[in-house]
Design a binder for this molecule. Structure first.
Ligand code: NAD
Length: 492
């Protein structure tokens, strides 16, 4: 049984409620976790607010040293953290080893840049004045995280928030809380008490964070539906939000693409983490001259993927996260087929273990208005849409209410730059899908969210700008009350 992490130690929930955490591959119950109450959230936020007063005053170098130490501790616990990530989330172990390494690297990146992220010196309007800006932390940041990259998406929030001098109250997904609890215990316990706090539980705990008077900003990654609810709630309090939401990202394969690269690249872009990635390529457009060959090779490649035990190094795809997630994907495929899509591969549950396995699936004959490409499908379903030419590919790829990422395979500069110009997306990947860079901003447009994580923008998401105006010869002020002294200045 795991309790809450508040004020640098384990504390029980006031309500006494618990929730079980299930291994989606084996259906074994891994542990029980306390369900926080609104009073627990209040307690955690008040502790975080108190701790923030000292944390923000620390020299940036001292904070940076502690964040570097955290990175080292994460790497030291990589074997166990990656194992826990796999057991609770079903992602193959090899990918979770990457996830832990990316977390450590992100901590290092923010430890470095927070020391050299400067304010501005601004030309004053009078010779005896100074104008400059300073960057200040917001206070307490509430971080609400989804199940699919439980540690990485947490670290994208807390590394910059802490580096900027904020303290945090974290809520992991109720499906994957164990890796977060282990991370705070093994890699963040050296931080001053109360700087990082974790409250576990479902949506009601997230709502309590959004409503908490000590929480100055909510950094959320998750579905567009929940993000919309959070934005509405936060707006009523004029509270800052950073929202990283769903995506229905396009991937275009132009006729000059090297299919030896584009086929496995597109399969990777769609099936990574069993299609449970916000930036998965959920609509694949292939131009007619190569569509037949692409589809044939994509189907063969899909058949070669190994679905099974995510702890096995030979496994490419593990289970889906939950019974509900699999049922949702199943219903989306059935509906697509009923609307006329052709099932070329998969489309069924797999008996790869007791858990929520589903075969990687390839659909074609999908129309641009079909639900399978207009709603987010969070599972291993590749929808391939042959298109006449580059113009049609770019036009259809650009047609979406969402705008998270977009992928392109081409060596043709005109195609690439036209796609960059016309597709509204936070990131466009050309010939290398789904590759992030800690120093480059990540985020979405339209229904994919607002704000950016990573890079300097990811640090600024957790900082206010304060303008300071200083007059060092105040007696030289040319006017003051009473106004009548300046009566002569008024034009007649
Ligand atoms: P989700 O929206 O169901 O849950 C995300 C988190 O929000 C969980 O911790 C959940 O408990 C919490 N939550 C639920 N209801 C809440 C409420 N009313 N108030 C506050 N918090 C609440 O998402 P999920 O199923 O865990 O993750 C999948 C979704 O996340 C997909 O839509 C995916 O595209 C998106 N996602 C986006 C990004 C990105 O960077 N844009 C990255 C990963 C995942």
């Amino acid at each position: 049984m795991r309790t809450l992490w508040i004020d640098g130690g384990w504390q029980p929930s006031e309500g006494g409620g618990v929730r079980q955490v299930e291994n989606p591959a084996t259906l074994e119950i891994l542990d029980e976790v306390a369900e926080a109450t609104p009073a627990d959230v209040r307690r955690a936020s008040a502790v975080a607010a108190r701790a923030q007063r000292d944390w923000r005053q620390l020299p940036a170098l001292e904070r940076a040293q502690m964040l570097h130490e955290a990175a080292g501790l994460m790497r030291g616990d990589r074997a166990r953290l990656s194992e826990l990530l796999t057991r609770e989330g079903g992602k193959p172990r090899i990918e979770n080893l990457d996830e832990v390494e990316w977390c450590a690297a992100c901590f290092q990146y923010y430890a470095e840049i927070a020391r050299s992220a400067y304010g501005l010196s601004i030309p004053p309007t009078a010779a005896h004045q100074l104008n400059f800006t300073i960057k200040e932390p917001l206070g307490v940041v509430g971080a609400i995280v989804p199940f699919n990259y439980p540690l990485l998406l947490l670290v994208w929030k807390i590394a910059p928030a802490l580096a900027a001098g904020n303290t945090v109250v974290v809520k992991p997904s109720e499906l994957t809380p164990l890796s977060t609890l282990r991370l705070v215990e093994t890699a963040l316990a050296h931080l001053p008490r109360g700087v990082v706090n974790v409250v576990t539980g479902a949506g009601a705990v997230g709502e309590a964070i959004v409503d908490d008077p000590d929480v100055a900003c909510v950094a959320f990654t998750g579905s567009t539906a929940v993000g919309t609810r959070i934005a509405t709630r936060a707006a009523a309090q004029l509270k800052r939000v950073n929202l990283e939401l769903g995506g229905i990202d396009p991937l275009i394969v132009f006729e000059d693409a090297d299919l030896d690269v584009a086929v496995p690249g597109a399969a990777w872009a769609r099936f990574l983490n069993n299609g449970q990635v916000c930036t998965s390529a959920k609509r694949i457009y292939v131009v007619e001259p190569i569509a037949g060959e692409f589809i044939e090779r994509f189907v063969a490649h899909t058949r070669s993927l190994r679905v099974g035990d995510p702890m096995d190094p030979d496994t490419d795809l593990g289970p889906l996260i939950s019974s509900a997630a699999r049922a949702r994907v199943e219903a989306q495929v059935e509906r697509a087929v009923a609307q006329g899509a052709r099932l070329l591969e998969g489309g069924r549950r797999l008996d790869a273990g007791p858990g929520y396995f589903y075969a990687p699936t390839v659909l074609t004959g999908v129309r641009p208005d079909h639900a399978i490409v207009c709603e987010e499908v969070f599972g291993p379903i590749a929808s391939i849409l042959p298109v006449k030419d580059a113009d049609e590919a770019i036009a259809l790829a650009a047609q979406s209410d969402y705008g998270l990422g977009a992928n392109i395979y081409t060596r043709n500069l005109t195609y690439a730059l036209r796609a960059v110009q016309e597709i509204k997306a936070g990131t466009v990947w050309i010939n290398d899908p789904l590759t992030d860079n800690d120093a480059a901003p990540f985020g979405g447009m339209r229904k994919s969210g607002m704000g950016r994580e990573l890079g300097v923008e990811g640090l600024d998401a957790f900082r206010e700008t304060k303008h300071v105006h200083l007059d060092f010869v105040p007696e030289r002020k040319g006017f003051w009350f009473p106004n009548r002294q300046r009566r002569g200045d008024i034009p007649s």
